[in-house]
Design a protein around this ligand. Structure first.
Ligand code: GLP
Length: 270
């Protein structure tokens, strides 16, 4: 069972975002995994699909471990689940060890018996002139499933969600984007050298993300503390894409204590 969060409170009397500070990232991940499994089971009882928006990076790894555990030990079936990933690096084939498709196969999909045709990760290998039509089809595809029920997010140190770097508009949809130098620096450790770090990515837009019925942002560790606090307190603006989450009706920030270090008490107190 997940432990009780340390604090959980709506911000300034509004309903969103909730800021939930957990004892640690494991407890936070277990809490979100439980919410996801409840959603999947409820939809299965109704004979319906659950549509998940998924993220990559180190942050959701414990969440994915917990979903795998729920599948193996508690019989959670993913047969009624459709997944859409937020983003993909441009230029990397699905089999590339650093592609997000590869990440998802290795860290989640191949362990949970989800039908391959129900998992979608943007294609990063299309020619630039084919991308606009592809991105439009991606949006239509999400809509045709009934829309994303629950979107999992991490946050980049630039304040990006997905790969919506600073400058991303609130009405942005799925598109190609140039990666911020700080994002490329953070990605550097996963690639053999600096030149191998992609310059561009395909990402769902801010509007695509905000259309999800529920959004659950996860952040751990002191490296995320400043950007998390800024996202919750600074002006809502394209300069700080994660700040747009404050305009969504059902968003929760699930944090460990280190990532919550600079958030004003008032946002976390019951
Ligand atoms: C990448 C992903 C984001 C993710 C971010 C943070 O940029 N595109 O979706 O939130 O990394 O990564 P990490 O979780 O490793 O800190």
């Amino acid at each position: 069972m997940p432990s009780q969060p340390l604090h959980s409170a709506p911000k300034h009397g509004s309903t969103s975002p909730q800021v939930i500070v957990h004892a640690d990232s494991q407890a936070a991940s277990a809490c979100v995994a439980r919410e996801i499994s409840d959603l999947i089971r409820e939809r299965a009882r109704q004979g319906q699909m659950a549509v998940l928006g998924l993220a990559t990076g180190s942050t959701p790894l414990q969440l994915y471990h917990e979903l795998i555990r729920l599948h193996r030990q508690e019989g959670l079936s993913f047969s009624n689940v459709i997944t859409f990933n937020l983003d993909e690096y441009c230029g990397l084939f699905a089999e590339h060890p650093q592609s997000y498709r590869h990440f998802m196969q290795e860290n989640l999909f191949r362990h949970i018996a989800i039908p391959a045709e129900q998992t979608f990760v943007p294609d990063g290998t299309l020619a630039a002139d084919a991308l606009p039509a592809y991105c439009e089809r991606w949006e239509t595809h999400i809509a045709s499933t009934g829309g994303i029920d629950l979107q999992v997010l991490g946050i980049g140190r630039t304040g990006h969600i997905g790969f919506n770097e600073p400058g991303s508009a609130i009405d942005s949809t799925t598109r190609m984007i140039q990666l911020d130098p700080l994002t490329r620096l953070d990605a550097r450790a996963h690639f053999p050298d600096e030149q191998s770090v992609p310059l561009y990515a395909v990402t769902m837009g801010i509007k695509t993300i905000l259309q999800a019925r529920k959004i659950r942002l996860l952040a751990w560790g002191e490296a995320k503390a400043h950007i998390v606090a800024k996202a919750l307190t600074e002006a809502i603006s394209p300069a700080l894409p994660a700040s747009f989450l404050r305009q969504h009706r059902n968003t929760a920030f699930h944090l460990d204590k280190a990532a919550a270090a600079y958030i004003p008490e008032a946002l976390c107190q019951p």
